[in-house]
Write a protein that binds this ligand. Structure first.
Ligand code: PLP
Length: 461
């Protein structure tokens, strides 16, 4: 076995730099498929060791054909951020330090960096400064964490101790969520044994309807209730009316959780902050750092207003956890996330925020939204094109004439490979969906992407 770190890291840096610097000129889709790549990387596991340098060189060269260029400024698929250089550097240091960030007393540097990153996020989002944040793998687990705290709290209010008594026989919890919630809300509720939420009607942009929410709350009667709201609809980018929705939910004693995977970042922009007006009154929030902030995967943030709810849902008290935080100290990292052992994934968040500063974060968010508007304007000017949503944030859903034409245009666009946008279905129509989430997207990327779309349209006409 090789024992020299610098020889291994030098090879890694060389391949990483080459990959990142090539992103302007490359076609976006992968050229090789999984079967072919498994043949490249596979075969019998050799009995003999191979030098780290050689393994990394082989890896760097042979993975490339199978990489989707998600770092490209012309990648608009799903909701996928790129990586800021400073965040990537911090991520590498995080791996090199290899701090198992569970207890404040054991890994003070990474615990401090995460605590500061959490404070900065609460400040940027305008959330209560005494809320508690945990760094999780993404918004799925952030939804899980927030909803787990919610479940604990609404049952504790009925005198039911979930930690001791479990869910069987507990007062039935009613979960209400907008009809256009993200599927990961259902997934998190499934992990939690809460079943499918009761869907609440949404309006034309996908926002929960307040009258429908009031009715659903009435129907829930005096059951323990959790309401899930959304900041940033996948198709329209729309935001629920938080002030109104939270007021009616709280009037019925409900816990309010907000899935703000990418939309919560609107709060960091003075121009867009109006979209999340009132969101600070909720009880828990989920967001991603690997989308809008552009840190590497995987990084999401779970935020819970009540310490006791977060700690009872996520904390542990084993005897081998020496020197845990006292009640008058901030939570240990392990008490705010589902995992025990984990990397210090909040460190790249600290680095990104430190490098951008408050104005830089706002400019980045404004830039994404501005490019989304430019793409929407450009697409709208193409023959037969229709923009189906009000472009309030980073998401655009477009259609061409009919479903078949939209599907054909999307297919031709992806085959050409200059730009990458997701096909989807929204409100019973086939759409091509644009999500501007990459910090490096510029006017040239927008122009090149619109040209590619014009060509795809002509090719399918
Ligand atoms: C991406 C997304 C999620 C899931 O987040 P992951 O980071 O993929 O776990 C949840 N909700 C919304 C609105 C999203 O856009």
């Amino acid at each position: 076995m090789e024992t020299d770190y610098s020889a291994a890291l030098e090879v890694a840096v060389r391949h990483a730099t080459e990959w990142l610097e090539g992103r302007r000129d490359r076609r976006i889709p992968p050229r090789a498929g999984v079967e072919e790549l498994m043949r490249t990387f596979g075969g019998e596991l050799s009995a003999q060791p191979v030098a780290a340098r050689r393994v990394l060189d082989f890896l760097g060269r042979n993975a490339q054909p199978g990489l989707m260029d998600m770092q490209s400024g012309r990648f608009f698929g799903w909701v996928v951020g790129g990586t800021l250089p400073v965040a990537l550097g911090a991520d590498w240091l995080t791996s090199a330090w290899d701090q198992n960030t569970t207890l404040r007393s054991a890994t003070p540097a990474t615990a401090a960096l995460e605590a500061v990153a959490a404070q900065w996020l609460l400040d940027l989002f305008g959330l209560p400064r005494d809320a508690h944040a945990g760094f999780v793998t993404g918004a799925t687990m952030a939804n899980f964490t927030g909803l787990a705290a919610a479940r604990h709290h609404v049952l504790a209010e009925r005198g039911w101790n979930l930690s001791e008594q479990g869910l069987a026989g507990a007062p039935p919890v009613r979960v209400l969520a907008g009809a256009e919630r993200h599927d990961t809300v259902d997934l998190a509720l499934r992990y939690l044994g809460l079943g499918r939420p009761t869907p609440v009607d949404a309006d034309a942009q996908g926002r929960i309807r307040i009258d429908a929410l009031s009715e659903a709350l009435d129907e829930a009667g005096d059951r323990p209730i959790i309401v899930c709201l959304q900041a940033g609809n996948m198709h329209s980018g729309a935001f629920d009316s938080f002030a109104e929705a939270i007021a009616v939910a709280h009037a019925r004693g409900a816990w309010v959780h907000v899935d703000g995977a990418f939309g919560l970042w609107a709060a960091a922009s003075p121009r867009l902050r109006h979209l999340v007006r009132g969101v600070d009154a909720a009880d828990s929030w989920a967001t991603d750092a690997h989308k809008t902030l552009n840190v590497p995967y995987d990084c999401g943030v779970a935020i819970v207003s009540r310490r006791s709810a977060m700690q009872s849902a996520m904390g542990m008290n084993s005897s081998y956890l020496i020197d845990p935080a006292r009640d008058d100290e901030p939570l240990d990292p392990l008490a705010a996330v589902p995992e025990l052992s984990r990397r210090a994934r909040g460190v790249p968040v600290w680095a990104a925020l430190r490098a951008l500063g408050r104005d830089g974060v706002a400019a980045q968010v404004d830039g994404l939204a501005g490019h989304a508007r430019a793409l929407a304007r450009g697409i709208a000017s193409l023959p037969g094109a229709e923009i189906l949503n009000d472009v309030v944030f980073t998401q655009v859903s477009a259609a061409f004439e009919d479903d078949a034409r939209t599907a054909a245009v999307t297919e031709a666009l992806l085959a050409a490979g200059t730009t990458w946008m997701s096909g989807s279905r929204w409100h019973d129509r086939t759409v091509v969906r644009v999500s501007v989430s990459n910090w490096s997207t510029d006017d040239g990327d927008v122009a090149a992407s619109l040209d590619a779309m014009r060509l795809a349209l002509e090719a399918t006409g």
